[in-house]
Design a protein around this ligand. Structure first.
Ligand code: MN
Length: 258
């Protein structure tokens, strides 16, 4: 083993490097994004037992699960969006595995989101962050910390009012900047999807999905524990299921912090 990997294991064993779980529990109570009824709906998570140490299987327990690809803490591949449908290596089974590990930059917008649930990250906000923390390196995850995951009640989490959902996200110019000027690996959020709640009415609609996936970038949604990460210096491991031609998958997202 290389000296670096030996040191990594030593530091994990000593706790000087910690593993932080950025994943929500996945179960029947996991909230799923709602779309207008003209569009197809994604089912939530359901499970039924095949056997549980009983006549169907005296020594073993297992279940069948049903869920949409984009349920709970999950990974969005470029093929998820029409803008990314013809890109190379755009689906879960073709994304190079090297891209499943990358450094993270965490932008804390928790105060702004507390004051305004429709908060949108702007290019100016990112550039101000960079004056303190340095330029976002190419190939980094940009994680939007909003503390939205503290809304543990699904009604508060989805925050759907008479005029649709209200939750934070990205200004279109910011998604374009992050994809093209910073060449990020993708963006990760604490909300149900990587676009703001009101983004269906933006120009273009759902600009973060449109621009990120059109540029071959990824998304992570429904993250938690971003408040346990430093602004820079952590490494994120986001490894979705290798679904053939898959557009997304629930994902155990881990961060190494030390
Ligand atoms: Mn998704």
């Amino acid at each position: 083993m290389s000296k670096l990997l030996t040191q990594l294991i030593d530091e994990l064993n000593h706790g000087t490097i910690k593993v932080v779980d950025l994943t929500q529990p996945l179960g029947v109570d996991t909230p799923v994004i709602g779309l207008p009824p003209i569009f197809g709906a994604s089912p939530g998570f359901s499970t039924h037992v095949i056997s549980k140490y009983d006549e169907k299987g005296p020594g073993w327990y297992w279940s069948v699960i049903t869920l949409g690809e984009h349920t709970g803490t999950h990974f969005d591949a470029p093929i998820h969006w029409i803008t990314g449908k013809d890109l190379p290596e755009n689906a879960l089974d073709t994304i190079p595995v090297r891209k499943l590990v990358g450094p993270a930059c965490v932008i804390d917008c928790s105060k702004e989101t507390a004051a305004n649930p429709d908060f949108l990250l702007t290019v100016d906000f990112v550039k101000r962050w960079e004056t303190t923390h340095g330029m976002i390196p190419a190939g980094a995850w940009l994680l939007l910390r909003t503390d939205w995951s503290h809304r543990t009640n699904p009604v508060d989490f989805l925050n759907v009012l008479a005029d649709g959902a209200h939750s934070p996200g990205f200004h279109a110019d910011c998604s374009r900047f992050l994809a093209r000027e910073r060449n990020v690996l993708g963006v990760g959020v604490e909300t149900v999807g990587t676009d703001a709640g009101q983004a269906g009415g933006f120009t273009p609609p759902f600009p973060n999905h449109t621009l990120m996936h059109g540029a071959g970038k990824f998304g992570l949604a429904s993250l938690r524990n971003l408040d346990q990460l430093p602004a820079t210096g952590s490494i994120v491991i986001a490894s979705p299921l290798k679904i053939v031609a898959g557009s997304g998958s629930p994902c155990r997202v881990l961060a190494l912090v030390g």
